[in-house]
Design a protein around this ligand. Sequence first.
Ligand code: FAD
Ligand code: FAD
Length: 326
Amino acid sequence: MKLSSKNYESRLDTVYDAIVVGGGMGGLSAAIYLARYGLKCLVIEKGKGRSIWMQDLRNYLGIDPDAPGRDLIQHGTKQAIDWGADHLRAYVEDVKDEGDTFAVKVKVGRKDSVYPVFRSKYLIAASGVIDVLPQLEDMQNVYDYAGYTLHVCMICDGFDMWDQKAVLIAGRESQINAAFVLDWFTPYITVLTHGLFSVGDEMKQKLAERGYPLYESAIARFVGENHKMQGVELEDGTFIEATTGLINMGSIYHNHYLKGIEGLEWDGENLITNDMAQTSHDRIFALGDLKKGLNQVSVAVADGTLAATQIWRNIRRKSEPRKWLE
Ligand code: FAD
Ligand code: FAD
């Protein structure tokens, strides 16, 4: 059922089998499987996730390569609800481990917000990450290109950069190392620091050896038309010709609501999971971009399948055998 500020109260006494934080690629896959195992689940999705921003999904089996992420989300949300999952548009603020259950506090509504608490036996953390973008005064100028010809994921879109003139935008020196992977797809790489840091001599030398120009001035604006880049203008007046680019400035991790929970093993900001997507906490699972591993739709979707199946196994094994009753 679709929940909202108008009807959520009917679920305040429910103990869900699982609450899924994040209705993106991994979370919806988990919800579809949970619902089809006959388990009670609630998906909580804040909106504007990473997969909504994905303009096309070119490397996923069985769909048109121009299919945007938002179509998959819309379709998957409907599918999960049709099989019996609950879905609420809200923001998960905090999770408390109460022993047998989790108390999940959410914020519903931007204005006149309410803060209900839902409960579940298991928690699936599927809230993903979001990419850091270069901050310009006119952010719309960044959004006009980011996700189209200005990419954030080399595995996803390296193919679409093949032998093109590309800018690599880094947020700190170590992120420049992406140039030495991107060169698989194109050697015509210009490195930009957006004026955020200064580059050491060793790195400068490495770039120079390959002939990759480096500019340390801030970006003024991206230039182009209809989401197609033609170049980048820097604040010092330099114009760099480039038809594509890669932003490699790191990610913001949607994991704050887990920080108070004991017994979770982290690798930096990523959760460590086993081969069934279970974290080191036996009632918390983590999927997709939030867990350590490859940030790809295919991986997130498979993680959802595994987590839901392990939760079903745990619950099923504890339940009474069903008898044929006349
Ligand atoms: P998401 O799909 O991001 O889902 C997480 C959800 O959690 C989001 O919808 C978010 O709104 C929600 N959320 C976060 N915090 C909270 C909270 N506190 N409360 C409630 N909800 C919350 N991958 C590919 O495989 N192929 C591609 O071609 C490709 N291209 C991409 C292009 C772009 C521009 C971007 C940004 C990404 C691309 N990706 C691609 C990566 C892909 O989008 C991710 O790997 C995938 O979406 C990860 O799934 P997920 O379920 O882990 O996270
Ligand atoms: P396959 O997709 O089987 O691919 C293996 C291929 O290798 C086959 O095409 C085969 O012809 C070929 N091959 C084998 N040996 C050789 C050889 N020596 N030389 C050359 N080619 C060879 N899964 C779900 O997720 N959801 C479902 O609803 C679902 N329903 C199913 C319903 C049915 C009736 C069946 C049979 C399966 C269903 N499955 C479902 C399971 C799903 O089909 C498999 O899990 C999935 O196809 C496995 O992918 P695969 O690549 O490992 O194997």
